[in-house]
Each structure stands twice: as structure tokens, then as C-alpha cells.
Design a protein around this ligand. Structure first.
Ligand code: ACM
Length: 679
């Protein structure tokens, strides 16, 4: 037994009430089984850990990180104590983990906490890492000091593949930002970081064989091979696989800048949006010679068993425009471009097999000519997940988990890989559904924006992929998400704090309070509305310094306001506490534009916010009038109502690619007051 830190036990006499026992713990993802016991285990300066059983370096580092995180969370340095005292936490792993993390490796763990100690056991160090994260989430602030409740947790993942894709092609994301996001992933038990390493706008990996890939195919922003090795080890330590994606034959303009011979059409090419575009030429032997050497080099950098080849959105017009490619299609008895892509994928798949890699590709690659070892990554619709599974292919879900679409967490949370067509699959077919990935495409994301787009919503997807299928209560999800949200700050994630710097930049002032009032209740437009509004070609170098870039994809204050309005209406307008809070907010909004207006006029970045600020004030005033009518039990006059509904219509229109997210509840108040008869 090895004692890292030794406890001088301090027992706390705490009685647990029935209410405490029934309360829900702030765990995310929710474990498969949680049984609350009696009492709590104090976390004080004499906290200590002992590792019994299997010993290995990643386990040791994981425990050291845990102690450091606990120290940070509590603001306490732990004291060393004599070796004969029993440890606060004892950890036991049965055996080691794979040197390269494997899909489906045992990640289960059991955590038993009593008022005298905690015991964490798992078959492998992976389970221990997950259990330590659960323990960190259990730390509470109590009248008697920091403590974790007495509880027995038995936990294991529902799906073996729980991923987050980060697109580093469109905008380069530095490694320190990636590392803190890996820490966030580990905190919510995600286990695959899918790096989309190349796209039209950038090739982000140093290639020694083909140096013009990163030298000419990027704006000078790429990862060196040494950096990547270090990063892969960093992720491995945290139980996270790194899945590389080099998108081909589409989305590959950055390759052609330095190697135009790979393209289907004459160049020259640039990563800039101006100038010609193309896709890879699958008919030339040179392409496969290149890919053979390329995969050989990249497989040495990325040890994961899987290798993502992209394969999405291949624009066939570039093949149609090349007579040699058309002649190749006909002479090989192919019917169309899909067949040509399948031919390309087959050739690429053989190269990957030679380098002991399993091929993953977006759902376009599904084709009967490909072997059943490939993995289909569903993004265009959920059906392809079940279709692939039926045909014998493993599959992954990302349709419904595109976090760049700015949906609320609840909408992602409602998407289950086993729903829809997948629900009718046989057990064997179902076992081919490996899990899913949240996708962070970065057309509109720079390093300073990334964290706020990923967190906290990705935690809701992480729960969907880890927790039992029955865990679906949206109210509980949001309550636990809110508690997780501030804890993620400990990891250095800037999802909650980054926006203030951006608001200061926009306003050029210290006092951003009135701007925050608006920023709190607007959300970015949803789906692909932002890119649809771009005039001319989208340019990845466009400044991302507007209000839309600073605000949360989902406004928590707006959601709380909606809930309060709902509670107030459901109480037949009797819930005075809800009414008081609604009034307070409406009053703040009504009076805000007067304070904010001068600031908006002083900044080119904020001028576009003027109509939103005005409408928010008008909504505040309209809501207050509606409440006055409701208080007097007097219906609002028809003319007043018509005026307010015109305001509602206008306020619903996106401006500056932003939506006022409190329009619907104010409308509810107006309609309630109009329909109001004597109470
Ligand atoms: C994709 O979103 N084109 C995979």
C-alpha cells in the first residue's frame, strides 16, 4: 500500500435528514446507480489518498491531478501525516490499461463513501479516472466545512465512444485551449477528442514528408509533430483518445496549395476563399502514392486504432469538369461520382489497413463495396446510423449534436442514438451503434470564443452518451448543468468569463453593466442562419468581435424568465414572488436603453445593437403594462394589444444575427392580460 497523503481523521458528527437523503446530487453525467447513505465525509486539510492494487504511471499522475484539483476547489493545501493513519480515500485498480486506449476498454468504477472514508475501485485505471471526477463533483460546501455525502456509486458508460469534435482547420485552436477542453471532457467522462485537422481553410499538422502541406496550406498556424506527441500523451493520461481526421477527397483545398497535382482541376490554389476550388483526383496513381506516405507518417503521430478520412460533401462538379476523370469512370464501369468516391475510399481503406488503422468517415462513405470494419459517422440525418448498423457497419451519431447550430442544451439532450429508426434494430444491430460526438465546427469560432460554444452544453450530450437511457429529466439536467458550469472554471475554461473581455473590447469602457443586460438575454441566430446572411463568399478571416460572438448560445436568464412567467400564469396570477421577480426584470429592461444608448452610439461594433436594445426596453414596458392590467383584473384594451403585438413581431426579427430570447414570455403576459376577465 502506498500512501500519497495521510489523513489524521477528523470525524464530523453530522446527522442526515430524510430530505438530504432524497436530494439529487449534482453529478453530471448521472451515474448508472447512486445510493445515498447517512452522513458525510469531511474534506479537510488532512485529506489523504492511498493507492493499493495495480500501480502505473498514468494512474499515479491521475491521482496527483485529482489531489491538485481538490486542493484548488477547496483552496486548501493538504498536510502530510503519519503513515499509520488510515487514508481518506483508498483507490484500487485490478489491472492496467492498454498502452493505446482501446474502444470498449472497461471504464466502470465503484465509489463507496461513508462518514469515515471513501473507497474507489475499478477494473482499470480508466474507471479510477472517472471515479475521481465523480468524487470531485461530490465536494460540497457545508456549515461544517467541505464534505462529500455518504453515497455508493456504481457506474459504467452506456456507449463506449463519447466524443467531441473540434475543427482546427477553419480556425486554428492552440494547444493550451485544446488541453483545457480535454480537461473539461475528462470532467464529464467524454473519451474521444476528434480533431478535424484539415479543411479548405487550413492544414494544421506538420508533415516532414510533405512540408508544403503545413507551410503553404496554412496561415503559419499548425501543430508541430513534437507538440502533437505531447498532446496525445496529455489526452491519454486523461482517458481521452485522439482521433485524427484528414478530410478527403472534399474539403481539401489546403492540400492543393502546395501539391496542386492532387487536385482534379488546374490550380493554382490558395487557402483564401478567392480563387479556384477543387476536390482530390481519385483517378491518378500519384494520389495513392502520396496518401500511402502521408498515412504512414500520420499513423506514427496518432496511435489510435481509428483514422477519420472525412468523405463528406464532395462536390462532384469538379470531377464532372475533368474529361479524364469522366473517361476513368466510364472505363471502370462506374455509374456515377458516388462509385468513384467508393473506389477512392476502398483504395484509402487498404492503405489504412496496411498501417493497422480502422477507417471512420462521414455518412456519405456508406457503400456496399466497403468492408464492414469501417465506421459510419452520421451527420446528415439519424437514419444513416440505423441503416449502417443494419448493413453490418459500426456507426456513430453526430446529427443532433452539432453544437455550432446554437441550439439549447435541452434540444441536444433529447437526441438519443437509440431513438428513431435505431429503436427497431435487433440487439446485435444495436450493439454496432458505438455512441456519438458533439461537433464544434469553427467557421465562427476563434480560440477566445471556443470554450463558450463548447461548454456547458456539451456536458448534456456527454450525459446522453454515458448515463442510462432513462435519464431524461430536463429540469434536473439544467439544475445539474448549472452546478457543473461554475466548477468547469477550475479547469481554466473561459466559457463564462471570456465574454466580459469581449464586451469591454466592444464598448471600450470599464462600465459594461447596461451592455450586459442586453447580452444576457440575446442569443445567436440558430442553425446556419448566420452563414446564409453573408453576402459573397464566407471569409474565415472576417473579424469575430461582435455581440453575437460574445453571447451564450443559450441564455440562462431568458430561460429562468420563461420559467417564472410560466409559474405565474399557472398560479392564475397569484404567485406574488414570481410576479415580483418578473417585474424587477421587466423594469431593468425598460430602463436599460436610456443608459446603454450613448455607449452604443460610440462604438462601431455596438451600433448594430441599437434596435435590439430599444426593443428590449419596449418589451419591458409592455410586460409591465400587462402585469398592471392583470393586477387590476382589467383586460388590456384591444388597441393596446394590437400595438404590443406589432412590437412582438418586430422584436422577433433577428438583428445583428441576434435573437431577443425573452419575446415569447412577454407575449404570453400580453395575451394573458388581454384575455383577462374579472378574477
Ligand atoms: C459535415 O458537417 N460536413 C460533416
Amino acid at each position: 500500500m502506498r500512501i500519497l497523503l495521510i489523513l489524521n481523521a477528523v470525524f464530523l458528527l453530522a446527522s442526515t435528514t430524510a430530505a438530504q437523503r432524497q436530494r439529487e446530487l449534482n453529478l453530471m453525467p448521472m451515474p448508472s446507480s447512486v445510493q445515498l447513505g447517512t452522513g458525510q465525509l469531511p474534506i479537510d486539510q488532512f485529506f489523504s489518498v492511498a493507492v493499493t492494487g495495480f500501480q502505473e504511471a498514468t494512474l499515479e499522475r491521475g491521482v496527483q491531478r485529482f489531489v491538485a484539483e481538490l486542493s484548488q476547489q477547496t483552496g486548501m493545501l493538504f498536510k502530510h501525516k503519519p503513515a499509520d493513519a488510515s487514508p481518506t480515500l483508498s483507490i484500487h485498480a485490478d489491472h492496467g490499461r492498454e498502452p493505446v486506449q482501446k474502444l470498449g476498454e472497461d471504464e466502470s468504477y465503484e465509489l463507496a463513501i461513508t462518514d469515515s472514508g471513501a473507497k474507489l475501485t475499478a477494473p482499470t485505471p480508466l474507471g479510477i479516472l472517472h471515479g475521481l471526477q465523480t468524487l470531485l463533483q461530490l465536494v460540497e460546501t457545508t456549515p461544517a466545512g467541505f464534505a462529500v455525502p455518504a453515497v455508493t456509486v456504481k457506474d459504467k458508460p452506456r456507449f463506449p465512444w463519447r466524443g467531441l469534435l473540434i475543427d482546427v482547420g477553419r480556425h486554428f485552436i492552440p494547444l493550451d485551449v485544446l488541453k483545457r477542453n480535454v480537461d473539461g471532457m475528462a470532467a464529464v467522462k467524454l473519451n474521444v477528442l476528434h480533431l478535424h485537422l484539415s479543411d479548405d481553410q487550413g492544414f494544421r499538422v506538420e508533415s516532414k514528408r510533405f512540408p508544403r502541406l503545413h507551410e503553404m496550406g496554412s496561415d503559419g498556424m499548425y501543430y508541430t509533430q513534437g507538440e502533437l506527441r505531447d498532446f496525445v500523451a496529455y489526452a491519454h493520461d486523461r482517458g481521452v483518445r485522439v482521433l485524427p481526421e484528414f478530410d478527403t477527397p472534399g474539403h481539401s483545398r489546403s492540400w492543393f496549395v502546395g501539391y496542386p497535382e492532387l487536385a482534379s482541376n488546374p490550380g493554382p490554389y490558395k487557402v483564401d476563399p478567392e480563387g479556384p476550388d477543387s476536390v482530390t483526383d481519385p483517378t491518378q496513381e500519384g494520389t495513392y502514392k502520396f496518401l500511402e506516405k502521408f498515412v504512414d507518417e500520420m499513423a506514427k503521430l496518432f496511435p489510435d486504432d481509428y483514422f477519420h478520412i472525412g468523405g463528406d460533401e464532395v462536390d462532384g462538379k469538379y470531377w464532372d469538369a475533368n474529361p479524364k476523370i469522366q473517361a476513368f469512370i466510364h472505363s471502370h464501369g462506374m455509374k456515377n461520382n458516388q462509385d468513384l468516391q467508393a473506389y477512392f475510399n476502398q483504395r484509402l481503406q487498404k492503405i489504412l489497413t496496411k498501417h493497422h488503422r480502422l477507417m471512420v468517415g462521414w455518412d456519405e462513405i456508406l457503400h456496399p463495396d466497403l468492408p464492414k470494419t469501417i465506421v459510419i459517422h452520421s451527420w446528415r440525418g439519424q437514419e444513416s446510423l440505423a441503416t449502417a448498423a443494419k448493413q453490418g457497419y459500426s456507426s456513430l451519431l453526430s446529427f443532433g449534436y452539432y453544437i455550432d447550430l446554437m441550439w439549447p442544451a435541452a434540444r441536444h439532450y433529447a437526441v438519443d442514438p437509440m431513438s428513431g429508426a435505431a429503436a427497431t434494430l435487433s440487439p446485435e444491430e444495436k450493439s454496432r451503434i458505438l455512441g456519438g460526438e458533439a461537433c464544434m465546427w469553427t467557421e465562427w469560432v476563434t480560440p477566445e470564443i471556443l470554450d463558450s460554444r463548447v461548454w456547458p452544453r456539451t456536458a448534456a450530450i456527454a450525459e446522453r452518451l454515458w448515463s442510462p437511457q432513462e435519464v431524461t429529466d430536463v429540469g434536473s439536467m439544467y439544475a445539474r448543468l448549472a452546478e457543473l458550469n461554475w466548477r468547469l472554471d477550475w479547469l481554466g475554461l473561459t466559457h463564462r468569463t471570456g465574454r466580459f473581455q469581449m464586451l469591454h473590447r466592444m464598448s471600450g469602457t470599464e462600465d459594461i453593466s447596461a451592455l450586459r443586460t442586453v447580452a444576457d438575454v440575446v442569443e445567436p441566430v440558430k442553425d446556419y442562419a448566420r452563414i446564409s446572411n453573408v453576402k459573397g463568399p464566407w471569409d474565415f478571416r472576417a473579424p469575430l468581435n461582435h455581440l453575437i460572438d460574445a453571447v451564450s448560445p443559450e441564455s440562462d436568464p431568458a430561460r429562468h424568465f420563461r420559467d417564472q412567467v410560466q409559474a405565474y400564469i399557472q398560479s392564475s396570477y397569484k404567485d406574488q414572488a414570481a410576479e415580483a421577480q418578473i417585474r424587477a426584470l421587466l423594469t431593468t429592461w425598460r430602463d436599460n436603453d436610456m443608459k446603454l444608448y450613448p455607449l452604443l452610439q460610440r462604438s462601431s461594433l455596438l451600433l448594430e445593437v441599437t434596435p435590439l436594445s430599444q426593443d428590449l426596453s419596449a418589451l419591458g414596458a409592455a410586460g409591465l403594462q400587462a402585469l398592471d392590467y392583470l393586477d387590476k383584473s382589467e383586460p388590456g384594451p384591444e388597441s393596446w394589444r394590437a400595438q404590443q403585438l406589432a412590437l412582438i413581431e418586430r422584436a422577433r426579427t433577428p438583428r445583428a444575427d441576434l435573437l431577443l430570447s425573452v419575446v415569447a414570455p412577454v407575449q404570453q403576459l400580453i395575451e394573458a392580460s388581454a384575455g383577462q376577465t374579472q378574477k
